[in-house]
Design a protein around this ligand. Structure first.
Ligand code: TPP
Ligand code: MG
Length: 564
């Protein structure tokens, strides 16, 4: 006879389910609304780390970065109204970036619902557009069912975030309920044999095929299989925005990234290709250069779209062949395709694509004493192959994306949602999760100030990340658009900044300032040697707007385009 079930509070049942699901980290800002869950997690302190952050935006971004890095749902816990709304940014990024994540929100007691009680919100309405599923658990005995479904939902198809609201009285209810017996795994999603035969014949007929890789559900094995396939079939490969770690950027088939600041030669090559293999990414605004790069809604070339979310296939662009698959299954199947003899005629096509990419790696001349291209190139040479590089949003990311070469999978944590403030929390999360790896966080001065206070979290959890702040004293991207579109009407884009190195030292971190390219290498070494979280402020000339254009040139362009 089985033993009678122990009585537990809802909060404890929930904590026990997280342990069964294999959760090892929870990012949170505590609140009285879900204090019973925190008490339940106290029992699991040996296997589940509680990372309490300074702001819920920090917690949700950390959970998102955890999901991106590990492929397992990142867990975030926040309190009702104010906590939940603070956390929204990480949820939005998880949605846009197809990242598995579960956000738990404390909720008012069930007998107060719908009165607009203290901090009450209806999370189904609030987060309905940025989560795959939003629910409220009203019966503590159903917690194991809800948690299992939340993990399955976050992981399956196109991965994404789930929100579960937890009425505080429900969490205190005493229930006798069985645990779920095992952790959720994403159901396998393999391409059909027919689809692969169809793909093989399109490939055999193609003179200029081109592959764009990116999106979610990748693994290092899938990346390796895709590399073998591209090599054997002579296909140049580019990466969608911020998915540059889905292909070894040093590989002779790599052709660059299709994102912000697209190489015009690559844009032309995509338009010239006769078979576009879109493997993993959504065909979103960034990847299609504002829906203008390929024919809308019907691409001029043959287009094969492979995506784990069936709803993404044919969403905007009409694919000639749609394949609903996860990347490991697709990569394995495509690697097994035998190359046709005639395909080697494409070797030249691959070579020229690679040459166009190589040419873009050469630093350009920029105004001022610092050339970010050279600093990024230096890090590209000295960092271990598995070092993780994080970034948020701003012009400074253009240098990182252009001059850093990703060598293996999950070395890039950057939001395709374009959210500022992501870089600091993402880097802390990565360092806590994989402490043996080097983590370098790139920030603009604007970006850093959004969630820079999480430096305290880095100190508390001993996460020696190297935070780089590219300080140009402005919100450079927006200033650029002002100069180009509203010349002479610069407004609200200047930034007053603290002394970043002194600020870092006030947290107990390492802090130093670089004002010349040549100073960087030494200071980087000192930062690493400190063994502490470290901030390196790089003071750049605001004239150094992008690798291609100075601020004055942007203004001249604006004035020419908008004569008074
Ligand atoms: C959360 C958020 N707010 C606003 C924006 C709009 N935005 C995009 S880039 C940018 C400026 C970033 O400034 P900074 O981090 O200093 O980088 P820079 O462009 O100067 O290199 C702004 C305000 C955004 N992407 N995300
Ligand atoms: Mg700036």
């Amino acid at each position: 006879m089985s033993k009678p079930l122990k009585t537990r509070t809802g909060g404890h049942v929930l904590a026990d389910q997280l342990a069964i699901q294999g959760t090892d980290t929870v990012y949170c800002v505590p609140g009285e609304s879900y204090i019973d869950v925190i008490d339940g997690l106290y029992n699991h302190a040996n296997s589940i780390k509680m990372v309490n952050t300074r702001h819920e935006g920090g917690a949700s971004n950390m959970a998102e970065a955890y999901g991106k890095l590990t492929g397992r749902p990142g867990i975030c816990m926040v309190t009702r109204g104010p906590g939940a709304t603070n956390a929204a940014i990480g949820l939005h990024t998880a949605y846009q970036d197809s990242t598995p994540m579960i956000m738990f929100i404390g909720q008012v007691a069930r007998d107060m619902v719908d009165r607009e009680a203290f901090q009450e919100m209806d999370y189904r309405k609030v987060f309905g557009e940025m989560a795959k599923w939003v629910a409220q658990i009203d019966d503590a005995s159903r917690i194991p069912e809800y948690i299992s479904r939340a993990y399955h939902t976050a992981l399956s198809g196109r991965p994404g975030p789930v929100v579960l609201a937890l009425p505080e009285d429900m969490l205190r209810d005493e229930v006798s309920v069985a645990d779920i017996s095992r952790a959720a795994i994403a159901p396998s999603l393999a391409p059909s044999t027919d689809a692969m035969t169809d793909l093989a014949s399109r490939l055999a007929a193609s003179e200029k095929p081109l592959m764009i890789v990116g999106g979610a559900t990748w693994t290092q094995a899938a990346v390796n299989d895709i590399q073998d396939f591209a090599e054997a079939h002579h296909i140049p490969v580019c990466a969608s925005l911020r998915s540059q770690d889905c292909f070894d950027n040093r590989h002779p088939n790599y052709a660059g990234d299709v994102g912000i600041g697209l190489n015009p030669k690559l844009a032309k090559r995509i338009q010239e290709s006769d078979l576009l293999l879109v493997v993993g990414p959504r065909l979103g605004e960034m990847t299609t250069q504002g829906y203008s790069l390929i024919g809308l809604p019907e691409p001029l070339q043959d287009m094969v779209h492979v995506h784990p979310g069936v709803e993404e296939l044919g969403r905007v662009f009409l694919p000639d062949l749609a394949i609903n698959a996860r990347m490991p299954e697709f990569a394995k199947a495509v690697k097994a395709l035998a190359p046709a003899d005639a395909e080697s005629a494409r070797a030249e096509w691959v070579k020229s694509a690679s040459a166009d990419y190589q040419e873009r790696l050469r630093p350009t001349e920029v105004p001022g004493e610092v050339n970010m291209a050279e600093i990024v190139a230096h890090l590209n040479n000295i960092l271990p192959e598995d070092a993780i590089v994080t970034a948020g949003a701003g012009n400074y990311t253009v240098w990182v994306h252009r001059y850093f070469q990703h060598k293996c999978y999950r070395t890039q944590l950057a939001p395709t949602s374009g959210a500022m403030g992501y870089s600091v929390p993402a880097a802390i999360s990565a360092k806590i999760t994989e402490p043996h790896r080097t983590v370098v966080s790139f920030n603009g001065d604007g970006c850093f100030m959004m969630l820079g206070q999480e430096l305290a979290t880095a100190m508390q959890f001993n996460a020696p990340v190297i935070f780089i702040i590219v300080n140009n004293g402005m919100l450079g991207t927006i200033r650029m658009h002002q100069e180009r579109g509203y010349p002479t009407r610069v407004y609200a884009t200047d930034l007053f900044n603290p002394d970043f190195a002194a600020l870092a030292r006030a947290y107990g971190a390492f802090g130093a300032t670089v004002t010349k390219t040549s100073e960087f290498a030494d200071i980087y070494e000192q930062a690493v040697a400190s063994g502490k979280p470290a901030v390196i402020e790089i003071v750049v000339d605001p004239e150094a707007l992008t690798p291609q254009q100075s601020l004055s040139e942007a203004r001249a362009q604006g004035e020419a385009d908008h004569p008074h």
